[in-house]
Design a protein around this ligand. Structure first.
Ligand SMILES: Cc1cc2nc3c(=O)[nH]c(=O)nc-3n(C[C@H](O)[C@H](O)[C@H](O)COP(=O)(O)OP(=O)(O)OC[C@H]3O[C@@H](n4cnc5c(N)ncnc54)[C@H](O)[C@@H]3O)c2cc1C
Length: 409
């Protein structure tokens, strides 16, 4: 006879660790199956190994961060709020801090401390953790669901699917959960990379690699239609653009039928109106005519970028500021306020922090995380068709949905 568990949780990431802890704390005989030799690999690599646990906002702020699908998270956040998530970690000895961007990190700056806290809680709750044991197949059976792993077949009355998405496949997330859910009848909204760097095929962009501009607005345009608009920090890279704003808009690029038909528009000085910038140039050209033209551009722009903008505006680099014409000013203002670049695509799943798409939300009861098609099945975390912006939103969604699944099984 196959072993029978009350609850089997598939995938020991953020969502699975909380789901298993909570289910076990509620007295369910719980088995957490993880394909890797250690759990929580993405927690360890997250936030530059510092783990941006959540965001300094309330539940409503998290919901809004996810856009219209965010309403799916109301019950999960009511079960485990942003505040309660922070308290959960603090009660395990992980003090947290809020950074200027609103991101919340452990004071120690160590993702390992976050994972250790979750593992302590899991162990205290009494769940059994099976490592290096990938689930290969998930099927309906009379007792509930049957799970096949390389060494055994198990039965579980309830299964929580927390296999994550399919980004950074080297970390274990290869989209297995989509396959299991589809086989059980669920609709899978086509997975695509999100929070991924953008590729741009322009040599001058590559030449600016390494330059970070802390405050820009980046828009994605489809003709005149604005598909995405984010303000924050931007990094030029050898392949194109990275940094929070580039990552945040990447979901609409990867979601477009023809990404290369889209245009990126960058406002390099969002704090300044076009007229103010024009006036700044006019004044400076009059007052400091002997300076090189690049020397009168606003200081917020690094010189290398300024020179590139002059080249783009077809103005020679040895050009002095004196005699700057109205037409030239307009060209310069445009290149700083509405710098347009053709986008090629994203760096793909290999470098996407999350996966957009996944199990269709309409088929999951947001009050319990139970599948509306297979009553023995619960789903939580990134396997669902939910992806949030950078800043701790994705972990918060994984923690809260995982917790609610553990409360419900
Ligand atoms: C580089 C990087 C940095 C990130 N930084 C942040 C950050 O700072 N803040 C933030 O909020 N988000 C961050 N994210 C996103 C965040 O890591 C994910 O949104 C979150 O981990 C999703 O949690 P999850 O539990 O749903 O899935 P995961 O954490 O991906 O866990 C899924 C688990 O399931 C296991 N698994 C998969 N298939 C099987 C199977 N068949 N059998 C058994 N086990 C299986 C996997 O090995 C994995 O351990 C980052 C992501 C990456 C890649």
């Amino acid at each position: 006879m196959a072993e029978l568990w009350d609850v089997a949780v598939i995938g020991g990431g953020a969502a699975g660790l909380l789901a298993a802890s909570r289910a076990a704390e509620r007295g369910r005989r719980t088995l957490l199956l993880e394909k890797n030799a250690r759990p929580g690999v993405k927690i360890l690599m997250s936030g530059g190994t510092r783990c941006n646990i959540t965001h300094d906002t309330d539940n409503r702020g998290i919901v809004q961060g996810f856009g219209p699908p965010g309403k799916f998270l109301h019950s999960a956040l009511a079960a485990l709020s942003v505040r309660q998530t922070i308290e959960l970690f603090e009660s395990e000895g992980v003090a947290t801090k809020v950074e200027e961007t609103g991101k919340i990190f452990p004071v120690s700056d160590k993702a390992a401390d976050v994972l250790a806290a979750l593992l302590r809680r899991l162990q205290r709750g009494g769940a059994t953790l099976a490592l290096s044991e990938p689930v290969l197949e998930l099927r309906r059976s009379e007792a509930g669901l049957s799970l096949t792993t390389p060494g055994r077949t198990l039965l579980a009355r309830r299964v929580v699917l927390t296999t994550g998405g399919q980004s950074y496949p080297g970390s274990g997330t290869t989209g297995d959960g989509y396959r299991f859910a589809r086989a059980l009848g669920h609709t899978i909204v086509p997975p695509r990379p999100a929070l991924a760097p953008l590729t741009v095929n322009l040599p001058w962009v590559a030449e600016l690699r390494g330059i970070t501009i802390p405050d820009v607005t980046l828009r994605v345009l489809d003709g005149n239609q604005v598909l995405a608009n984010r303000r924050g920090s931007l990094l030029f890279a050898h392949f194109g653009l990275s940094g929070p704003v580039a990552l945040d808009v990447s979901r609409v690029v990867s979601g477009a039928e023809r990404p290369e038909a889209l245009t990126l528009e960058i406002d390099l000085l969002p704090g300044m109106k076009e007229a103010e910038l024009d006036e700044h140039l006019r004044r400076e050209a009059l007052a400091s005519g002997k300076k090189l033209l690049v020397g009168i551009l606003p200081e917020a722009l690094p010189r290398r970028l300024g020179e590139m903008l002059l080249t783009q505006a077809k103005l020679p680099l040895d050009r002095k500021a004196a005699g700057l014409t109205k037409g030239e000013r307009t060209l310069l203002v445009q290149s700083m306020k509405r710098l347009r670049l053709p986008v090629k695509g994203t760096l793909g799943f290999q470098r996407a922090e999350v996966t957009a798409g996944g199990v269709a939300l309409a088929e999951v009861d947001s009050r319990t995380m139970q599948s509306k098609l297979v009553p023995e099945l619960y789903l939580a975390g990134e396997v669902l068709d939910l992806d949030g912006p950078i800043g701790g939103y994705n972990f918060q969604a994984a923690f809260s949905t995982g917790w609610l699944a553990g409360e419900s099984v």
